[in-house]
Design a protein around this ligand. Structure first.
Ligand SMILES: C[S@@+](CC[C@H](N)C(=O)[O-])C[C@H]1O[C@@H](n2cnc3c(N)ncnc32)[C@H](O)[C@@H]1O
Length: 279
């Protein structure tokens, strides 16, 4: 892979997703794109780059993007967010749903599904009959391959330990994929709708969300792109909602002024009364 091949791939990925592939990602790009070359029985990166940029390479461009996303995640990652959700956001949201309101929660870079399923497990624990009300989780990602894994909802058994024991009993079942796996229960799966959504393109959603999880995706994007996404995302937050972001991220640009901190990497709309000592 020449420097020009790397630059061409980095340019395509940035144009398609906003993901910045710096020089420190050369080895990662090399090993992941080499797999695409093998899948296409190509022997050199130059031919691959020419193909993926050609009008015939449109489908491969999607495969390239899927290959270069980083999908690391876990159940109940940054557990304090789920504690905040359970104690602060969900109780009034559940009351509203019981009165007939529509309640939506958004996992905006959901990867293989552990984040939205953790939200669903948290919800079911507080509202076992959630499926009978209009309270749902939208889970989106740019990567179609990882969304297939998420929809399947089947995980290696060793990941079950990431789920608190009481929620494990309620929300996971044996999988017909074999004894080394578990599956999310039908109750949990029914609460989550998975959709493809590219954060740097237009979004179809109009209604507002009671909670938005936008965690560990902005770190891959440049400052300007982050700022534009926050400016579109924050207005989608309900007045009494919460935005949860990754531990190494921060809300930047004009949207930052619309929020106040309400816990570790947890934000609420600025006109929502802050908890004492947290502004
Ligand atoms: C590291 S995972 C984070 C998963 C989860 N939010 C968490 O914190 O555990 C980052 C995810 O962001 C997705 N992603 C990257 N760029 C994106 C974009 N432009 N639009 C939507 N999703 C994107 C990747 O496909 C990947 O699944």
């Amino acid at each position: 892979m020449t420097a020009a091949d790397f630059a061409a791939i980095a340019e395509l990925i940035y144009a398609d997703s906003g993901i910045v592939l710096g020089e420190n990602k050369v080895m990662l790009v090399y090993s992941r794109v080499a797999k695409r070359l093998r899948a296409l029985r190509m022997t050199d990166f130059g031919t691959y780059c020419a193909f993926v940029r050609s009008p015939q390479g449109g489908e491969e461009r999607g495969h390239l993007l899927n290959a270069l996303t980083t999908n690391v995640t876990s159940f109940f990652r940054e557990k304090h967010h789920f504690d905040h959700l359970a104690t602060t956001i969900l109780p009034p949201a559940i009351q509203a749903a019981r009165r007939g309101a529509r309640v939506r929660l958004w996992s905006s870079a959901c990867s293989s599904g552990q984040e939205p399923y953790s939200i669903a497990l948290t919800l079911l624990c507080l509202m076992p009959d959630a499926g009978s009300f209009d309270i749902r989780i939208l889970a989106t990602d740019i990567d179609n391959d990882i969304l297939e894994t998420a929809r399947r909802g089947v995980y290696p058994r060793n990941l079950a330990g990431e789920i608190p024991p009481d929620l494990r009993r309620r929300g996971i079942v044996a999988s017909n994929a074999g004894p080394d796996c578990f599956a999310m229960s039908d109750d949990v799966r029914a609460l989550v709708a998975f959709r493809t959504l590219n954060l740097v393109r237009t979004w179809p959603m109009r209604a507002r969300f009671q909670a938005i999880f936008c965690r560990n995706v902005m770190i891959y994007l440049d400052h300007e792109t982050q700022s534009q996404i926050w400016a579109r995302m924050v207005p989608l937050l309900s007045d009494d909602g919460a935005l949860y972001i990754g531990h190494s991220e921060r809300v930047c640009g004009p949207a930052a002024g619309l929020l106040h901190l309400d816990g570790i990497t947890t934000y609420r709309p600025a006109d929502h009364a802050p908890r004492r000592g947290q502004r």
